[in-house]
Design a protein around this ligand. Structure first.
Ligand SMILES: [Fe+2]
Length: 366
């Protein structure tokens, strides 16, 4: 894939997301039920690699590491992420020139030095230039990790292939700061800015895309009225950070069945009226409504010009503190949406459901 615009550090997608927790046993069942398998352990640190398709997850329990301190402050959390770059040393030097804060990463004997900079909420962004894009290139895990004996190194899991995007929740008034951070350091650009209003609360979201077109980071800020879900997250998490991580697959209906069989707890499905209204909202979408309805899968995108460009999505309940996962499928080269149309559609469908049940009328008659 060619770059969308100038790519000064040679970004090329997410390499991994790093998690930590105050103790073992909190993260592992969550990853297992989503289809991840532990495939390798670090040679010298209390660090494991979990994998599914092209998605790498790191769990880090190394005492007195940045991840360890992070977990003491935030509880179970996503404490870092790795960006693939063309040349890690050059990228690091460039980022420091742009004002990034350097991070000391402890490196053992014979281990790779993976440079890092300070990211959101004291997390770390690692810069990785040895990665496997499916051609069996030597990756950081081949050098610093040991694969479990006989393990399938690239398990298919539940069928998820890549990290599509991950979002940050930021404190009120901090949107511009964090947008500026990604814009100045990595030349991210804003692709969408929108307000989402529920009945009582709302949020403002700004979607940023990296020049590689692969790393996408929407930022969320609490709406003006306050008291909503972003505020609640920030309080529970003890700060700003990664709110959710979206995993992409080629067939969400089939993958949902696998997730369900493994016991992933999904967020509450929308009322039936949401599906009754789908043909009106996205005429000619061509998706099997009953298949979506029975699973609670949401649909967004556009069917303008009779060309469906669609996002299928469903969320799991938060299981890593307030952090949660999203599962998606994109159709028709629909890259720039994150399901924002569903906020309004869900709200309207709940209202219609209330009308159907006579609740709204009853309220109005009081
Ligand atoms: Fe998302």
């Amino acid at each position: 894939m060619t770059d969308l615009f100038e790519n000064p550090v040679g970004l090329n997608g997410f390499e991994f997301i790093e998690f930590s927790a105050p103790e073992r046993g909190l993260l592992e069942p969550v990853f297992e039920t989503m289809g991840f398998e532990r495939v390798a352990s670090h040679r010298s640190k209390d660090v494991d690699l979990w994998r599914q398709g092209g998605i790498n997850i790191i769990t880090n329990y190394e005492p007195r590491s940045a991840a360890w301190y992070f977990a003491r402050e935030h509880g179970p959390s996503a404490c870092g992420m790795g960006f693939r770059v063309r040349d890690a040393k050059k990228a690091y030097d460039y980022l420091l020139q742009q004002g990034a804060e350097p991070i000391q990463v402890e490196t053992g004997a014979m281990e790779l030095h993976i440079p890092g900079i300070r990211g959101i909420g004291n997390s770390i962004i690692y810069l990785v230039d040895r990665y496997d894009e499916g051609g069996n290139e030597l990756s950081i895990y081949d050098i610093d990790f040991e694969y479990l004996p006989g393990v399938e190194r690239h398990p298919e899991g539940c069928g998820f292939k890549l990290i599509d995007h991950l979002t940050h929740n930021v404190y009120g008034g901090r949107m511009a700061y964090w947008a500026g951070y990604y814009e100045k350091l990595f030349n991210f650009r804003e692709i969408k800015y929108f307000d989402i209003k529920g009945e009582y609360t709302g949020l403002t979201s700004q979607a940023l895309t990296a020049p590689d077109g692969k790393i996408r980071i929407p930022l969320n800020e609490e709406g003006k009225s306050g008291g909503g879900q972003i505020e609640e997250f920030l309080r529970q998490y003890n700060g700003e950070g990664i709110q959710h991580i979206a995993l992409i697959c080629d067939d969400l209906v089939a993958c949902w069945d696998r997730l369900k069989a493994k016991g992933v707890p999904f967020m509450t499905a929308p009322p039936g009226s949401y599906y009754d209204m789908l043909d009106g909202r996205l005429p000619g979408h061509g998706e099997p409504i009953e298949e979506l309805r029975t699973r609670g899968i949401l649909l967004d995108g556009t069917t303008e010009g009779n060309e469906p460009r669609l996002l299928l999505q469903i969320f799991a309940e938060p299981q890593i503190g307030p952090v949660f996962f999203e599962f998606i499928q994109r159709k028709g080269d629909y890259k720039d949406g994150f399901g924002e149309g569903n906020f309004k559609a869900l709200f309207e469908s709940i209202e219609r459901d209330q009308v159907n049940r006579g609740v709204l009328e009853a309220e109005g008659a009081k």
